[in-house]
Unconditional design. Structure first.
Length: 411
């Protein structure tokens, strides 16, 4: 089966275009976006009518029990509170995420939520964003040092023979982790072995560390040639850093997305034209290449960081999660084609900070809390990032970027 056919069958039935009545009913923008008491109360009431709880976010429940956070923090002294706002709604036609979503974003940057909401509106009026989860894989890469190249080569051969044993050890160690691949990189008398796993609905860094430690213990106990020294992580896996390896392969979840925005919607909602947007995107891509950036994109980290904080993700993983490739072109009809691929999205809907009160509430707002939702959440993350890319590129193309920050980002 060709890749094209696989991607086509991966997306569920495309949702019908929204009627004007449906758009008006679900249009959050008609509520005052400013941070006034009256506007805040209107937004809370709106969410309540949709059955969305904000008891934790709104401060109705006090967090005064340190025991709740014992697996998340040491030497607990209190909370660093970050404002949470709603962006959207965003319409997604994905292989896992389907429907309209109001997106909670935690940020102190004025104009950010307004910008993302504008991008989401343009996408929604255009029929929604298509998203597909292409592949998964979380790595841990231990390091082994030997006396000679010959010893290192022998070790690599032995490792390859033990693939079946490694899978059994992982299955015995974790209910959720599955060993996906074993690779190696040999340099002189040193060997880096990369163990790649799928981790269910968890982001998986702790899971793969524990599994890899068990594998290393087995290796040291059984290898015919003992290494001089070894370390559980060589700094090759790309954990919490942007790497070319993650960009060209996968780390976490690899998601791709697209939307076609008609020319009329570009002009009315984004206040510019497809050709102006495409020209600026090309210029910014050329600049990104010259700067040595990994990938080419506008500000993926902005939306992902805000979403990660709101939903209890490991925020340090923005380092690799915000690697991406944004592409904007004018199609044969004169409309704007936009694609975004995120190859290293580290997210989860169980474990870590996902069960903390406000974080769980935000995940529930997206219907992504708990098992069975990690791929859905990843697709939402990619769609949100795509909407943000559209808005910022449009603002740059039309020279509105500065005026928006003057209006919304200053006291």
């Amino acid at each position: 089966m060709s890749q094209k056919k696989e991607i086509k069958t991966g997306v569920k039935n495309k949702l019908a275009p929204r009627t004007q009545e449906e758009i008006d009913q679900f249009d959050f923008s008609r509520y005052n976006p400013k941070a006034t008491t009256k506007a805040y109360e209107e937004r809370i009431q709106y969410l309540e009518t949709r059955g969305i709880s904000t008891e934790n976010l709104s401060g109705k429940i006090n967090f005064n029990n340190p025991e709740e956070y014992k697996t998340n923090i040491e030497n607990f002294i209190g909370m660093a509170q970050i404002p949470v706002g709603l962006a959207g709604p965003i319409l997604i036609n994905g292989s896992n995420a389907q429907g309209d979503f109001l997106v909670p974003l935690a940020t102190t940057e004025g104009a950010l939520i307004a910008s993302y909401t504008r991008g989401m509106k343009a996408c929604r009026l255009s029929g929604g964003i298509t998203t597909v989860c292409l592949s998964e894989g979380v790595q841990r890469s231990p390091f082994f040092r030997f006396n000679t190249i010959a010893e290192a080569q022998f070790f690599v051969g032995w490792i390859q023979e033990k693939r079946g044993s490694f899978s059994d050890i992982v299955s015995e160690t974790s209910r959720y982790a599955k060993l996906k691949a074993v690779r190696h990189s040999l340099e002189g008398n040193s060997v880096i072995v990369t163990f790649e796993y799928t981790t269910g609905d968890a982001a998986g860094q702790n899971m793969v560390t524990i599994c890899t430690d068990q594998l290393c213990q087995f290796i040291i106990a059984n290898t015919p040639i003992q290494p001089e020294r070894w370390y559980i992580e060589s700094n090759y896996s790309g954990d919490k850093k942007a790497t070319a390896r993650a960009f060209s392969n996968v780390r976490g979840k690899k998601i791709t997305s697209e939307v076609i925005i008609p020319k009329a919607i570009c002009e009315k909602t984004l206040r510019t034209t497809p050709i102006q947007i495409a020209r600026y995107c090309q210029a910014s891509t050329l600049a990104a290449i010259q700067s040595g950036a990994i990938g080419a994109q506008g500000h993926i980290a902005n939306g992902l960081t805000a979403l990660f904080i709101a939903c209890g993700q490991d925020v340090a993983c923005i380092a690799e999660s915000s690697i991406g490739l944004t592409r904007m072109e004018v199609n044969k009809k004169g409309d704007l084609y936009v694609a975004l691929t995120l190859p290293a999205l580290i997210v989860g809907t169980v474990g870590g900070g996902t069960a903390l009160p406000t974080q769980k509430e935000c995940l529930e707002m997206l219907k992504c809390s708990g098992a069975g939702n990690a791929n859905k959440f990843a697709e939402i993350c990619c769609a949100v990032a795509l909407a943000g890319e559209i808005s910022i590129v449009a603002a740059m193309a039309a020279n509105h970027f500065s005026s928006a920050h003057q209006k919304l980002g200053r006291k």
